[in-house]
Write a protein that binds this ligand. Structure first.
Ligand SMILES: Cc1cc2nc3c(=O)[nH]c(=O)nc-3n(C[C@H](O)[C@H](O)[C@H](O)COP(=O)(O)O)c2cc1C
Length: 304
C-alpha cells in the first residue's frame, strides 16, 4: 500500500527530516511503499473564489476548476494523494500557522475532491498523520491546521491516526540532534503503516498528545456566546474544574461533527438556503453593490 509524505518546510529541513524518519519506519514494517513530495516543488495557483466548482456541484455536474490541469501542478499533486492509502503532512510553524503554501493547496481541494467527477475518498479509505515543527514554542495553530488539511485530503473523514509536535528546533536540520523527536516520528510512521487499509468506519486515533476534542484530537477551544466550541468540529460544550483539572463536557458526539454526514448535510442546507435568498434578491444586491463600485481606487503595485 502507498504512503505519501508531503513536506512543507525547507529542503532537508526539520520537517523533512522528521518526515523521512516516519516514512523509513513505515517502509520497514513491510506494509508501505513510500513516496516523498516537497510541496514547494509544486506550482499551485491560489483559489480566486470564482465559485465554478461550487456552482457545478449545486447543478449536479462534474466538478471542474477554472485552473485547468495544465495551468499548474495542483492536479498532479492530487493524483498522488488519490493514489495513496496513507498520508503524512509535515510542516513548520510560520507565524503560529503552517506555511501559506499548505493553505493555498487546501483552498483548491474543493474542486479536486470531485476531480473527474469522483470524490477523492470514495474508492478507497485513506489514513493520515501530522508532523509539526517550530523554532520556538509559538506553534499553537500549526498542528490543528495540518490536521484539518489531512482531513480534507481524506475526503473530509476524520481519519487522523497520530500527530506530533517538535519545538525549539530553529536552525535547518537541527532536529537531527533530537533523538526523542526522531523516534517519535518513526513511531508515527509505523502507526500510519499499521492503519493503512483500515475501512473508514474502523480507523482509530492512537496519538498521545493532550487533547480537548475527542473527534479532531486538537486542544483548541472557541468561546461563542455562553458555550465553548471545538473550532474544527463545531461541537459545543461546557468546561468545569475538578481538583485543579479542567475538563470539557461535550453536548454532542461524533455523529454531529462538522465532518459527519449530518454536519455535511447541515452545511449544504444552510448554504443552499442562503443562495436561494440571494437569488431572490439579486437585483437589489446588484444595485447595492454598484453603489460602492467607484468608492476608492485600489492602490496597485508599481513595477519599473
Ligand atoms: C517566516 C517564518 C515564520 C516563523 N514563525 C515561527 C513561529 O511562529 N513559531 C515558531 O516556533 N517558529 C517559527 N519559525 C521557525 C520555523 O518553524 C523553524 O525554523 C522550523 O524548524 C522550520 O522548519 P523546516 O526546517 O522544516 O523548514 C518561523 C520561520 C519562518 C521562516
Amino acid at each position: 500500500m502507498k504512503l505519501l509524505g508531503i513536506s512543507c518546510g525547507r529542503d532537508m529541513g526539520n520537517s523533512e527530516i522528521l518526515l523521512k524518519h516516519a516514512l523509513k519506519a513505515a517502509e520497514e514494517t513491510g506494509k508501505a511503499e513510500v513516496e516523498l513530495i516537497r510541496l514547494h516543488d509544486y506550482n499551485i495557483l491560489p483559489c480566486d473564489g470564482c465559485e465554478l466548482c461550487t456552482i457545478l456541484r449545486v447543478q449536479g455536474k462534474p466538478l471542474r476548476c477554472k485552473h485547468s490541469p495544465t495551468d499548474d501542478d495542483f492536479f498532479q499533486l492530487m493524483d498522488h494523494v488519490k493514489a495513496s492509502d496513507g498520508l503524512i503532512i509535515a510542516a513548520p510553524a510560520y507565524h503560529l500557522l503552517p506555511p501559506g503554501i499548505l493553505t493555498v493547496m487546501l483552498n483548491r481541494v474543493h474542486c479536486a475532491g470531485f476531480y473527474n467527477g469522483t470524490k477523492i475518498n470514495e474508492e478507497r479509505s485513506r489514513v493520515c498523520a501530522s508532523i509539526a515543527v517550530g523554532g520556538t514554542d509559538w506553534t499553537n495553530l500549526t498542528l490543528p491546521v495540518i490536521n484539518l488539511t489531512c482531513t480534507e485530503l481524506c475526503g473530509s473523514k476524520m481519519n487522523l491516526v497520530d500527530q506530533m509536535l517538535a519545538q525549539d528546533a530553529p536552525a535547518i536540520g537541527s532536529i537531527a540532534a533530537y533523538p526523542e523527536a526522531l523516534e517519535r516520528a518513526a513511531l508515527l510512521g509505523r502507526r500510519v503503516a499499521e492503519a493503512m487499509g483500515t475501512p473508514n468506519a474502523e480507523v482509530k486515533y492512537v496519538g498521545d498528545r493532550q487533547e480537548v476534542c475527542p473527534i479532531c484530537h486538537n486542544s483548541l477551544l472557541e468561546l461563542r456566546g455562553d458555550k465553548l466550541y471545538c473550532p474544527i468540529c463545531n461541537l459545543s460544550g461546557t468546561a468545569s474544574t475538578e481538583n485543579g483539572k479542567v475538563s470539557v463536557h461535550w453536548e454532542q458526539g461524533v455523529e454531529m461533527s462538522r465532518f459527519s454526514p449530518y454536519g455535511a448535510h447541515e452545511h449544504h442546507t444552510r448554504r443552499e438556503g442562503t443562495r436561494a435568498r440571494i437569488a431572490a434578491n439579486q437585483e437589489k444586491i446588484t444595485e447595492l453593490r454598484a453603489k460602492w463600485k467607484d468608492y476608492l481606487t485600489p492602490v496597485k503595485p508599481v513595477h519599473e
